[in-house]
Design a protein around this ligand. Sequence first.
Ligand code: CTP
Ligand code: MG
Length: 232
Amino acid sequence: MIKGKKISAVIVAAGKGTRMKCDQPKQYICIDEKPVLYYTLKAFEQSNVDHIVIVVSEDYFEYVQSEIMGRYSFEKSYEVVIGGDERYESVYQGLLKTEDCDYVLVHDGARPYIEVDVINGVIEEVIRSNAVVVGVKAKDTIKIVDENRTVVSTPERSYVWQIQTPQAFEYRLLKNAYDKVIEQKITHITDDAMVVESATNHPIKVYEGTYRNIKITTPEDLRYDFFQQYLI
Ligand code: CTP
Ligand code: MG
């Protein structure tokens, strides 16, 4: 509890990891003998979050219970639930299990490099502003490109941020926005902030995170630390 508020986290790990082209979903690939999801959970275990809901696919429900939760010692209160076919459906399942909290953080299970300080900073910020996403300043110039691969425009780089997770919201704000988006069958939702943006006018803050908080997505992402040895 921070300032008498209950903080829950929904860790979504029910994806198939198609772009990784590996036998198992990327969140279960081992780095130094421990699965990616273990590192993600460890960071939340060490944070100021009170309760954690892990959303997994039906196929891996037993595995997560026995091989991750059962094998490593985690002390916070945990719950493992089954997700859906799309990320937003998995988040929604997590939200149904966190009804009793004041604030909820949603985080990708495939982002194991998240720092505890960033999680705690996001918690402080969500208590102040009710809606916050983690992001980093874009290093590259970003261009909007049309379907013929022709440049349409170039947003000024100082206004361009790459958005990551965690994304945190006052619980009712996020749950009501999700209810609305699901009821209206709004599609092309790629993050939780978009749900709040499409359903409300509530301002969303950006909390400056770090570049190491990558989402493991394609094979080269597993070589992240490995890149360094090629530097000359
Ligand atoms: N996720 C989820 N439920 C889904 C889809 C995604 O819980 N139906 C989770 C993933 O497990 C991941 C996070 O959402 O932790 C971000 O999604 P993404 O990187 O797209 O993962 P996948 O959908 O697994 O990968 P891909 O799109 O390559 O298939
Ligand atoms: Mg996906």
